[in-house]
Ligand binder design. Structure first.
Ligand SMILES: NC(=O)c1ccc[n+]([C@@H]2O[C@H](COP(=O)([O-])OP(=O)(O)OC[C@H]3O[C@@H](n4cnc5c(N)ncnc54)[C@H](OP(=O)(O)O)[C@@H]3O)[C@@H](O)[C@H]2O)c1
Length: 289
């Protein structure tokens, strides 16, 4: 089966390249090779390679910067996926698109199911929600995977930021009142191929880590695991203190609670959540600082 991958240089894109099963032929495209906001370029590449599947891992993911660049975020997170959905429908290509827990406002205190009311509280979340809507309106058989707090050995993410800061600092303050599920991009990649094998109906599916934590708890776990992995290296442990969102103002608001309920995908396919503790042991030694 031929798969066209967009955003191949991102976290998820790199993980897809790393684990793609041998029975799939992957056509990798980074932003230079295929800009998803460029309709004609999409048509040309589809006509050239005639893929059976498109996996859209391209996105505008800079949550704070999006507040200053709403038009660009909209182009990449709404118009881009819309272009892909229209072309995928025209040529009967399966489309897998990725979305986010930030489509929710975080005012709930039980895990969000796929049909819960969305109410994004920042520009990034709004563009991702609008992207979901336009993809399903244009091509209802598309599969949309909502995920959260993505980390990997590639690109920039919270794990890398913590490890980097700990090189120069002995004290760190980390937010303790935002709760979510860290998710390893490599597990999202495996899930995508699992879904392709199982032929599930179009629609939105939640997939995330198997355990909820605050950013503070996540940071503590990162340093605990780093310490266990490097037990012979004498490095003074980082002292991590919990703080509140209100004490760490950022340009974009973030949901306080964005835990995703995975029952729908689990019941349909048997897929279970990303074991992010295990994934940290794989990722931490591979992060290039
Ligand atoms: N990261 C998270 O914590 C998180 C959480 C929930 C959901 N998600 C979703 O998960 C998916 C994958 O995220 P990720 O963390 O892998 O993102 P990422 O590392 O930021 O990768 C996104 C990739 O998309 C590329 N891109 C940007 N604009 C493009 C365009 N117009 N055409 C083609 N490619 C373009 C970027 O290229 P450049 O580097 O050249 O800009 C980058 O390589 C996204 O849909 C994201 O919204 C992420």
């Amino acid at each position: 089966m031929k798969v066209l991958l967009t955003g191949a240089n991102g976290q998820l894109g790199n993980c897809i390249k790393a684990i793609c099963p041998l029975n799939y032929e992957l056509i990798n495209t980074d932003r230079q090779q295929l800009d998803i906001t460029d309709n004609l370029a999409i048509e040309a590449i589809i006509n050239k390679y005639k893929p059976d599947v498109i996996i859209n891992s391209a996105a505008y993911t800079a949550v704070d910067r999006a507040e200053d660049e709403p038009t660009l975020a909209n182009q990449i997170n709404v118009i881009g996926p819309q272009n892909l959905a229209i072309v995928a429908k025209k040529y009967n290509i399966k489309l897998i698109h990725i979305s986010t827990d930030y489509v929710f406002d975080g005012n709930q205190n039980i895990p969000y199911i796929e049909n819960d009311v969305t109410n994004p509280i920042n520009i990034y979340g709004k563009t991702k929600r609008d992207g979901e809507i336009t993809v399903l309106n244009n091509y209802p058989s598309s599969i949309i995977i909502r995920t959260s707090w993505v980390f990997s050995e590639y690109g920039n993410n919270f794990v890398k930021t913590m490890l980097k800061l700990s090189k120069t600092r002995t004290e760190l303050s980390v937010i303790n009142d935002q709760i979510g599920n860290p998710t390893y991009a490599g597990d999202i990649a495996l899930t995508i191929f699992d879904i392709l094998e199982k032929n599930i109906p179009g629609g939105i599916y939640h997939y995330c880590g198997d355990q909820s934590v605050s950013w503070y708890e996540f940071a503590k776990r990162i340093f605990d695991i780093e310490q266990q992995l490097n037990s012979t290296i004498k490095k003074s442990p980082v002292n991590v203190s919990p703080i509140l969102t209100k004490d760490y103002p950022t340009k974009a608001c973030r949901p306080l609670y964005s835990v995703l309920d995975m029952q729908k995908i689990n019941l349909l396919t048997g897929i279970s959540g990303s074991d992010w503790n295990k994934a940290l042991r794989h990722v931490i030694p591979r992060i290039n600082l």
